[in-house]
Design a protein around this ligand. Structure first.
Ligand code: GLA
Length: 400
């Protein structure tokens, strides 16, 4: 008896991660999620159109693969407590929809909440964790985003560990995205239980603002970027900080979208598109589908970048990459163009955390501009030019 109690305690305090879960999200997950563009106005036709667009646009070929339905897909629980899809919006049912997504060579994701209700007021998973995990596995769910509304009295670590354990028990490997808004510093405890954790409250489609909703706030691109300070030591293959889903194509200027996407790549952030892929402009697609920028994000080392320099509105960020390369982002936070005259010979970028150093006096590097696709010579000559307001210059340097 005593042995059984001890064994149970051991099981609850140690992660049961494994069974294929530890092989997922070695690089930051890439996909699409319904929330930023559609909020609760989601249905199966819209979801199928996103899957079609992800394949047809070339995004699938670039690595995007998860089609995730966020809040409001839920109907009621049946008499045995099994969750049902909303019958009006998803008349074919989730299994059929998952099959459709899989038939496109993509993967299927859903959203739930650790509390009694989701943020949108639909049934949450509290008290139904194992049953819901089983249902998701039967439907063919490959990705679960798990939110934190209506969780009075719950400990975050306990609630996320419970759902993690439930998913492992159900047996189908699932990318587990923990959406607790950074409130209990999940970066310190979440890695054994899931693959990504939100570090902040919700993003909003604005480059530099805070929107006050009364009881909560949503955050602009720069505000979220600033909240990532100090978190890079917690990220790496299989476990990533999540600064929230992308707002590319949701109303910011092209420069702002480009800067947003570049900085998410510098952060090794999950690249979860949040726009309507079925109607996006070719300019939006060109941003989401820039393969060289995606390659910075998806670098196998999974090192989160850091702010190397700040002068006025101009910041220089660095992200060490595999093969001895490094990505540098010159980010202009201001609204007017910022001149650049960056003499590489005067810089040695040292990253104590990843133990990498880029001393341009000691080693010559070639310089490539990832947005224009142009080679800009080498680090023997200073980088001269200007970065527009709310825009970025994103470079990849390669040691010769
Ligand atoms: C929370 C999450 C969002 C979204 C909504 C859905 O606010 O942080 O990303 O999932 O709930 O209601």
């Amino acid at each position: 008896m005593k042995k059984a109690v001890l064994l149970t305690l051991f099981c609850l305090s140690e992660s049961a991660w494994g069974k294929g879960f530890d092989k997922l999200a070695k690089t930051p997950p890439m996909g699409w999620n319904s929330w930023n563009r559609f909020s609760c106005e989601i249905d199966e036709t819209k979801v199928m159109r996103q899957a079609d667009a992800m394949s047809a646009s070339g995004m699938k070929a670039s690595g995007y693969k998860y089609i995730v339905i966020d809040d409001c897909w839920h109907g009621e629980r049946d008499q045995d407590g099994f969750i049902q899809a909303d019958k009006k919006r998803f008349p074919s049912g989730m299994k059929k929809l998952a099959d459709y997504v899989h038939s496109q060579g993509l993967e299927f994701g859903l959203y739930s909440d650790a509390g009694s209700k989701t943020c949108g007021g639909r049934p949450g998973s509290r008290g139904h964790e194992y049953q819901d995990a089983l249902t998701y596995s039967r439907w063919g769910v490959d990705y679960l985003k798990y939110d934190w509304c209506n969780t009075e009295g719950l400990s975050a670590k306990g609630a996320y560990a419970t759902m993690s354990d439930a998913l492992v028990s159900a047996g189908r490997p699932v990318v587990f995205s923990m959406c607790e808004w950074g409130e209990s510093e999940p970066w310190k405890w979440a890695a054994p239980w899931g693959h990504l954790w939100r570090t902040t409250g919700d993003i909003t489609s604005c480059f530099d603002c805070v929107v006050d909703h009364g009881t909560w706030k949503s955050w602009g691109i720069l505000q979220i970027l600033d909240k990532q300070a100090g978190l890079r030591a917690y990220a790496g293959p299989g476990h990533y900080n999540d600064p929230d889903m992308l707002e590319v194509g949701n109303g910011m200027s092209q420069a702002e979208d480009r800067a947003h996407f570049s900085m998410w790549a510098m952060l090794a952030a999950p690249l979860i598109a949040g726009n309507d892929l079925s109607t996006m402009s070719k300019e939006t697609l060109a941003i989401l589908n820039n393969k060289e920028v995606i390659r910075v994000d998806q670098d196998p080392l999974g090192i989160q970048g850091f702010r190397y320099l700040m002068t006025g509105d101009l910041e220089v960020w660095a992200k060490p990459l595999s093969g001895g390369d490094v990505a540098l982002a010159f980010l202009n936070r201001g609204l007017t163009a910022a001149p650049i005259n960056f003499d590489w010979q005067k810089h040695a970028i040292k990253d104590d955390w990843s133990k990498r150093q880029f001393d341009f006096q000691k080693q010559k590097h070639t310089v490539r501009d990832l947005w224009s696709g142009m080679d800009l010579g080498t680090t023997e000559r200073p980088l001269v030019g200007s970065v527009g307001g709310h825009d970025v210059w994103l470079l990849r340097l390669h040691g010769t």
